[in-house]
Design a protein around this ligand. Structure first.
Ligand code: GLA
Ligand code: ZN
Length: 683
């Protein structure tokens, strides 16, 4: 968090969501405001896509409709998450300024008719969008209902155009590298004769062109993410000038590949994100996304700013959320740090591509309907929880590192395995911990690691020297590092470290990588523990697959060895004492049970376990998450995602009160399917 961040001051958990009144006749607006109160909404986000309705032609503004809507909402005590309305470019603007239209990855300029279609480096877009943000802020900034600014929407439109982006990219590179010689060296352009002799020769990496220049693609990914971030920053600067006390956000999307959200979060006052799990998404995978979003600001609470109250329209099969599923998912978000439960959207639209997307008020327009009732009940329940949960932080002593630049570098590279998916690997490590009931944060390799006693680096392939040095320093001060196969191969320009992997972590891990094998499925290898290890008995075996590094030990000691292939008997799991800490290397990918056993063992060594009886894992399907409020109140959330009734064994001798039901319990908490308990331990 930067010290210029403006905190969000909420009276309780926010409950509300996207409202698109410009799609409806004025006659509906009174009903909307009244029914929102009935749904126990206290906040509405608007007008996200309202540019064409607010500025129907350049410099001509039609505020009256928004004036009227805001007054109606305000009269009902509903706060606004006020949008700058710049997510959709009006048709007149595209027609008048063709350079605003985005050029896609294939080098094709898109036609009008979608949203998020602007070139982020278009000076015309920058001028017109910041102008609209200014006009809106000038008109409504002093309205007491405005509690949060919502800039644009789900940024993600990467542009590869010749007229704006190419020259901006060249300038960006000049600033980064200074000379072409330096760029040629860092980009390894002697490969395939790619040497540049003039800056003007460098082009955006469109897909119909040559894609062999990994370093160019990596830098373009950085540049493209930053280009969109600059649009956000430009609007934010205007808002800050006019309303210095109103926090600013934009809605993020979890592990969204194109944007480096660690960079973005630093520019945002509060992180907010849109949670749209597929109908079969495992709960722990959703938890990973919450943890990733919470980790963007190193553990500060965030906003769940969108989710569907029922179904989506863009999954292959848009299943309904069965009764109490919405409630369960909403409390899951709160358990992981959300201070709001918000929806897309209020009223299901009658036309366009989202007419099949769920909403609080469905096409029938009635409130005596299941979804409306569930939303309304949830709002009432959240209100009872209120301030008890606000500001609460996850008491995690384990950090799982996630890095957008590694995701990019691995995706752009050719090899080692087409089945490798970086985000899936990091998520897998988080899930192994989470299902064990062990609290973990998901943070950037550049984050402050001081709060963490265990640092997990799943396949952290790209690792800059400064970030490596900070991890090493934390180990020297006593922390445990566990890195997995393919970690530490590349520096921050996609160049392999001299002498190869694990690069700047060679000393802390006490080994070097001789070769890396990639197994074609269904081929597997395995791990056999050569000795008892923190609760794992000697000779225990697990399957290993996908990537198998053959490592040579310097100061490290083997704990587990490969079971198969010509490298059977060679180390696959090692430990190295370094300073006051330990560096573990797991040279392959283990089956989930194996990974879980290893991570639990490594945590156990540090005295880290679940908060349940004997530090045990919760029953399968039961999720556990804790939040500790600024006043020290510790709330334990138990959520039953499984299909059975489960008994969760609580710490012996302690008494807990369920804040949702008022029940008190001592040794056991019983949960029926989709039950939620929010337990406060008696002092
Ligand atoms: C995103 C957008 C919304 C809407 C929903 C539909 O989150 O921000 O405008 O399109 O998806 O799921
Ligand atoms: Zn462009």
């Amino acid at each position: 968090m930067t010290n210029t961040d403006i905190p969000l001051a909420l009276p309780g958990i926010w409950h509300g969501g996207d409202y698109n009144p410009e799609q409806w006749d004025e006659a509906v607006w009174d009903d909307d405001a009244r029914l929102m109160t009935g749904a126990n909404w206290n906040v509405a986000t608007l007008p996200v896509f309202g540019w064409a309705s607010l500025e129907p032609e350049e410099g001509v503004y039609t505020w009256e409709w928004l004036d009227a809507v805001l007054e109606k909402l305000s009269a009902r005590g509903i706060a606004f998450c006020l949008a700058t309305a710049t997510a959709s470019v009006p048709a007149w603007l595209d027609a008048a300024y063709p350079d605003v239209r985005v050029t896609n990855e294939s080098g094709v300029k898109v036609w009008h008719g979608n949203r998020h279609t602007f070139c982020p480096n278009s000076a015309n877009f920058r001028r017109l969008s910041t102008n609209l943000a200014r006009k809106i802020a000038e008109r409504y900034g002093n309205h007491p209902g405005v509690k949060l600014w919502h800039i644009s929407n789900e940024y993600g439109n990467l542009c590869y155009c010749d007229e704006n982006c190419a020259p901006a990219f060249r300038l960006w590179l000049q600033e980064r590298y200074g000379t072409l010689d330096e760029l040629n060296h860092r980009w390894y352009t002697r490969f395939w004769g790619h040497t540049f002799t003039d800056w003007a020769q460098i082009e955006p990496p469109i897909t119909i062109g040559e894609r062999s220049m990994n370093a160019l693609r990596l830098d373009y990914a950085r540049f493209a993410s930053e280009s969109l971030l600059n649009c956000f920053r430009a609007e934010k600067a205007v808002l800050r000038e006019i309303t210095p006390d109103v926090p600013v956000t934009t809605n993020l999307m979890g592990a969204f590949f194109p944007l480096n959200y660690h960079e973005w979060a630093a520019a945002m006052d509060v992180v907010s994100w849109d949670n749209y799990p597929g109908p079969d998404a495992p709960y722990a995978a959703v938890a990973f996304n919450h943890a990733l979003m919470r980790g963007l600001k190193e553990g500060l609470p965030f906003l769940l700013i969108e989710q569907s109250p029922s179904q989506q329209n863009w999954q292959p099969y848009n299943a309904l959320k069965p009764p109490r599923q919405l409630r369960l998912q909403s409390f899951q978000a709160v358990a992981h740090g959300a201070e709001s439960v918000m929806y897309f959207q209020w009223r299901r639209g009658r036309g366009g591509i989202e007419k099949n997307h769920g909403a609080v008020i469905e096409h029938h327009g009635r409130t005596d309907a299941r979804v409306f009732r569930e939303v309304s009940e949830l709002g009432a329940e959240l209100a009872t929880l209120g301030a008890a949960t606000l500001g609460g932080r996850t008491p995690a002593r384990v950090a799982v590192l996630y890095d957008w630049e590694t995701a990019w570098a691995l995706r752009f590279a050719s090899g080692p395995s087409r089945d490798f998916d970086y985000t899936r690997e990091v998520r897998g490590a988080y899930i192994a911990l989470h299902e064990s009931g062990i609290a973990a944060d998901v943070v950037s390799p550049g984050a402050n690691l001081a709060p963490y006693d265990v640092i997990i680096a799943p396949t952290l392939t790209l690792l800059s020297r400064p970030n490596a040095a900070r991890i090493v320093a934390r180990v020297e001060a006593g922390a445990t590092l566990l890195a997995t196969a393919y970690t530490g191969l590349l520096d921050d320009t996609d160049l392999v470290y001299e002498n190869g992997a694990p690069g700047a972590l060679t000393e802390v891990l006490g080994l070097w990588v001789e070769e890396s094998d990639a197994l074609p499925p269904p081929k597997t290898n395995g791990i056999r523990f050569a000795e008892d290890f923190a609760g794992i008995a000697a000779d225990t075996t697990f399957r290993a697959d996908l990537l198998c590094d053959r490592v040579r030990l310097e100061t490290a000691r083997p704990i587990g060895v490969y079971t198969d292939d010509f490298y059977a008997g060679e180390p696959v799991f090692t430990v190295n004492a370094h300073g006051d800490g330990l560096g573990y290397y797991l040279a392959s990918r283990l089956e989930p049970a194996g990974l879980q056993a290893v991570l639990r063992a490594v945590c156990r060594e540090k005295g880290i376990a679940s908060p349940l009886l004997d530090g045990d894992a919760p029953p399968p399907g039961v999720e556990i998450a804790e939040r500790v409020s600024p006043d020290g109140t510790r709330l334990m959330y138990l959520l039953q995602h499984g299909a059975d009734t489960a008994d969760v064994l609580l710490t012996a001798g302690a008494t807990y009160t369920d804040l949702l039901t008022g029940e008190s319990m001592t040794s056991t908490a019983r949960l029926a399917p989709r039950d939620v308990r929010v337990l406060r331990r008696a002092a």
